[in-house]
Ligand binder design. Structure first.
Ligand SMILES: [Zn+2]
Ligand SMILES: [Zn+2]
Length: 133
């Protein structure tokens, strides 16, 4: 058996990563029992736009696809496309396994405050609510 590619991961973390993608291979989208899935680490050397988020550095793949990634090989660009197509929930769950928290979201400058209040008032009856400040 080859050595694990992500030596920093505990078996429990690996299992949670596999569960986060609901036991499906991220390359062929087939469902597999967890022992038939691997954690592939996207090549660090070529991954120039490396982000701090560790979940963007791995793929959960079946044994066959994992072989393909290394022997065909599947271009890093394509591996990154898979990462960027992940759903919000998969991304969130993967990050949790790594204990990674993205920086708190800061709203863009041009946010339209009046629109937010419009939305509030269409969903809630006017009451004792007062604008503070
Ligand atoms: Zn696969
Ligand atoms: Zn690999």
């Amino acid at each position: 058996m080859p050595p694990p590619e992500c030596p920093g991961l505990t078996p429990a973390q690996e299992k949670r990563l596999k569960l986060a993608v609901e036991g499906t291979c991220e390359l062929c989208s087939e469902y597999f029992a967890l022992p038939f899935l691997d954690i592939h680490r996207i090549s660090r050397r070529q991954y120039r736009e490396m982000k701090r988020d560790p979940s963007t550095r791995i793929l959960v793949v079946c044994h066959l696809c994992h072989d393909h990634i290394h022997h065909l090989p599947v271009p890093v660009r394509q591996q990154r496309e898979i990462v960027s197509r992940r759903s919000f929930f998969v991304r969130r769950d993967l990050r949790r396994v790594f204990g990674y928290r993205p920086r708190p979201y800061s709203p863009p400058e041009e946010i339209d405050v009046s629109q937010i209040f419009d939305e509030y008032f269409t969903h809630a009856p006017p009451g004792p609510f007062r604008l503070s400040g």
